[in-house]
Write a protein of this length. Structure first.
Length: 114
């Protein structure tokens, strides 16, 4: 199954513990396409819909409809994780290049990759 960076899928994260995202939710693939093509895992950031988080370098806002979201949402760069491709259920859309660039900035900040 070919999965591309910037694509949004519904992901089944269970079992999760503690502060990890615990319910099926949209996630954006942030790993590079060559990795996605050659690994049973992809790296994703979850998307939380309809909450009133403040946009920061780690919380990237999405307008309703982008990536198939049904509400204004946030990409949570601070919840990045590797998941097996079998956890990905259905593709709901993709993000705009400027949104993926903002996620890149968030991941660089999170991981001190400046």
């Amino acid at each position: 199954m070919s999965m591309k960076r910037g694509a949004v899928y519904l992901v089944r994260p269970a079992p999760a513990i503690g502060h990890e995202q615990q319910k099926t939710r949209p996630c954006v693939i942030v790993s590079a396409d060559p990795v996605n093509d050659n690994s049973p895992l992809v790296v994703v950031c979850p998307i939380t819909e309809g909450v009133k988080l403040t946009a920061t370098i780690l919380h990237i806002p999405l307008a309703k409809g982008e990536g198939g979201t049904t509400k204004d949402s946030m990409v949570l760069c601070n919840q990045v994780k590797a998941v097996d491709k079998v956890r990905l259920m259905e593709r709901t859309g993709s993000l705009k290049p400027e949104t993926t660039a903002a996620i890149d900035r968030g991941l660089r900040a999170l991981l001190s990759l400046y």
